[in-house]
Write a protein that binds this ligand. Structure first.
Ligand SMILES: Nc1nc2c(ncn2[C@@H]2O[C@H](COP(=O)(O)OP(=O)(O)OP(=O)(O)O)[C@@H](O)[C@H]2O)c(=O)[nH]1
Ligand SMILES: [Mg+2]
Length: 402
């Protein structure tokens, strides 16, 4: 079962490097397991008649600075819809209404070609940041078109949320408009927060000067610990199952160990390591006045390592996680040469903090009418904003009432 990945804007394109190099490493530089390696290869790469590997991926941008630079000797991206048209000025409306017109037919044509090259494609995986202009705007537009044209495919979005401290003055507007637009289209939305990833780089990986490369490597590995082959499930279906309740479909991922240097390897220590990462959630909740007991609607635990853990070994976590349903998945083959690895994907009220921050910040700008003319120019008026506040506000309310 193949997955077609579409990666947009600076953030998406930079993640593509980490994502496919980790896949390549996992296939070729880890323990051999014919069945696993073949499945993984078919899922992510097209093998040409000349035995060259091409990722089943489409890289999309409105400026060329983040296009893959080095010619990778082991595989090469062939679907680049990257035009030098000045970027989208960190403006969702410009990306969505204008820049997308320059790219959309080529993106859809590349998608059709990719589909023809694959035996079975179950899903699309979209990757972009919510707060720029191209990833968020063009990405939202393409997601809508994919849904219209390929309605039988699962669509999963990976959305990277900006640092809360604020890199761009209108980041909350762009994030609001993105989440509101893609919410109803997607089967599942995996939310990554740059703040949380940064925290993990500092506190779990002891990195002093964290770069996007470090963060992207973490994103890639956490995604792959779900998306690489499993014995008993396919990732897109696993994720969709966690979002059966269409009023709540934001997912967050936590995993351990985060690197080979982390000596946690038995299930108990991996659970402790994941629980330690929850400190970030406690800190954020008290910092931003969100007083909610942790509660999950649904949780998937993905265990990779020769022996499948007994349910009682994971019970301490499932008990303290207050999850209504917990599904356990396993793969014998080690990933990234780690003895054991554990990944928890949860649909929980932890997502309230980043969503509330976006809403509050956007409302603070909106009540003074700040920067609205930049959006109005491209067809996004007050009514559009009010509708987006309504959609995202309702989802936040749904999580608060869990
Ligand atoms: N995790 C991660 N975040 C990134 C990366 N590059 C940019 N970001 C975040 O993405 C946001 C900006 O979005 P970009 O992806 O740069 O914007 P874009 O989609 O290229 O849109 P325009 O440049 O406005 O056309 C900021 O919040 C950054 O923190 C990256 O490589 N990794
Ligand atoms: Mg850009």
């Amino acid at each position: 079962m193949s997955v077609i990945t579409l990666l947009y804007g600076q953030c998406g394109n930079q993640i593509s490097e980490a994502f496919f190099s980790n896949i390549y490493d996992d296939i070729y530089n880890s323990k051999k397991d014919c069945d696993y390696n073949t499945q993984s290869l078919n899922k992510w790469f097209h093998l040409t008649k000349k035995n060259k590997l091409e990722p089943r991926a489409i890289l999309i941008d409105t400026e060329t600075k983040t296009a893959p630079k080095k010619k990778n000797a082991t595989y090469q991206f062939k679907n680049l819809v990257i035009k030098s048209c000045g970027g989208s000025a960190n403006n969702w409306a410009f990306g969505y209404s204008e820049q997308s017109k320059l790219l959309i037919s080529e993106v859809l044509e590349s998608t059709r070609k990719e589909l023809e090259k694959s035996d079975v494609v179950s899903s699309f995986l979209n990757v972009f940041s919510a707060s720029g202009g191209t990833g968020s705007g063009v990405g939202s537009c393409v997601t809508e078109c994919l849904k219209n044209e390929f309605s039988n495919k699962i669509i999963t979005n990976v959305v990277v949320l900006p640092y809360a401290s604020g890199e761009l003055v209108v980041q909350s507007y762009n994030s609001l408009l993105t989440l509101a637009k893609i919410y109803s289209i997607n089967d599942a939305i995996i939310v990554f927060e740059n703040d949380r990833l940064h925290y993990n780089c500092v506190n779990s990986l002891s990195i002093k000067d964290v770069t996007f490369d470090d963060i992207n490597n973490l994103i890639a590995r956490q995604l792959l610990s779900i998306y690489q082959p499993l014995n008993d499930a396919q990732a897109p279906e696993l994720l969709t199952k966690l979002c059966e309740d269409s009023s709540r479909k934001f997912l967050q991922i936590r995993s351990a160990p985060l690197s080979k240097m982390d000596c946690a390897s038995n299930w108990k220590s991996l659970l402790t390591s994941i629980s330690r990462q929850s400190r970030f959630d406690f800190q954020q909740k008290s910092l931003h006045g969100v007083h909610l007991k942790p509660k999950s609607l649904s949780t998937a635990m993905v265990c990779r390592g020769v022996h499948k853990p007994a349910e009682k070994e994971l019970k301490p976590f499932t008990d303290s996680n207050f999850s209504e349903t917990v599904n356990l998945y396993h793969q014998r083959r080690k990933i990234f040469n780690l003895e054991n690895s554990l990944t928890v994907v949860s649909n929980s009220n932890n997502v309230c903090v980043p969503i509330k921050l976006i809403l509050d910040d956007a409302q603070n700008l909106y009540k003074y009418g700040a920067y609205l003319h930049h959006y109005k120019k491209f067809g996004v008026d007050e009514a559009h904003f009010r509708n987006s506040f309504e959609i995202v506000g309702t989802v936040l309310g749904n999580y608060k009432s869990l």
